[in-house]
Design a binder for this molecule. Sequence first.
Ligand code: NAX
Length: 342
Amino acid sequence: ASAPTTVTITGGGGQIGYALMFRIAAGDMLGPDRPVRLRLLEIPQGMKAAEGAALELQDCAFPQLVDVDVTDDPLTAFNGTHIAMLVGARPRTAGMERADLLAANAGIFGPQGKAIAAVADDDVRVVVVGNPANTNALIAAASAAPHVPADRFTALTRLDHNRAVGQLAEVLQVAPDDIDDVTIWGNHSASQFPDVSHATVRTGLVERMPVVEALAERLGGAAQVRTWLDDTFIPRVAKRGAEIIEVRGSSSVASAANAAIDHVRDEQLGTPHRSWTSAAVVSRGEYGVPAGLVSSFPVRSHGDGYEIVEGLDIDARARARIDASVAELIAERDAVTALGVL
Ligand code: NAX
């Protein structure tokens, strides 16, 4: 067997952490042949919950799980880590302004970025799940520079991506796996742009059809497709988190953990040949997104990190939606800069 891969989960005593660790230990993220060492980072109040989860991991006797450490010290948690999943964050509480939220999270993700730079493996990859995920990733990347290249830092928009695929599969009455090349652009927030203009759906053994054409057949014409996309699909995907809270009485947990696993698996093992997925990565100016921002893009991996899929046509409607979400990312970055964090 290969040497163990060390995976650090921050917020290991929280809900998403709990949903993540058992699936990672079972081999869902890195495949059945890679032994895993788990490190759970918590703040003192969360230590008991994380320790309890570690006891349960032991009780699963997972063959691939080499060991589990629980700690409230970032330098211990990130020591030699290969994959850091930054889940723990400061949630927005009643009466909290956006600047307060950004500042509180800068106080978490800045020091964690520094700790990663100091002690993580040279090939470390980091995914930020804790919100505001894009800007938290920006802060962590800036704090880890220049020791860790910025492209090792990503933020999770795979849940939004999977939500979009799920909605399309339902309307088109196909399996989710029949749909390729959906894109989430921009921020992991209500301003995001779920884009189906390049998406295709399987119609035969190898034949595919543009999703917009398949939608037109189902909904009765191009005008109906436009209305459905603008009034139903885009807002439903962008606000799905609120819908889950309303129906379930609690935020997305298992689906968020699943998306984080998909994100890391594809980054580490590669995306399927034929298609791409979505992840928030550091822009180098692609598609007019200002360099340095952590924005969601169409991305591919050959097993060595995500690269942005370039050269896609962006029409005027899409341009306006991407620009609106990117404007929000710029505002978040400027607010953080004003706080003296960047
Ligand atoms: P919980 O409140 O259940 O768990 C968070 C845990 O993080 C707590 O146990 C807390 O003690 C710990 N924590 C706080 N500060 C920490 C620090 N400095 N170091 C280590 N641990 C720390 O929240 P949960 O439901 O697990 O959600 C976690 C985060 O994911 C939230 O920020 C949430 O907004 C975000 N989400 C992001 C999603 C995405 O697609 N990017 C979707 C799901 C989720 O909303």
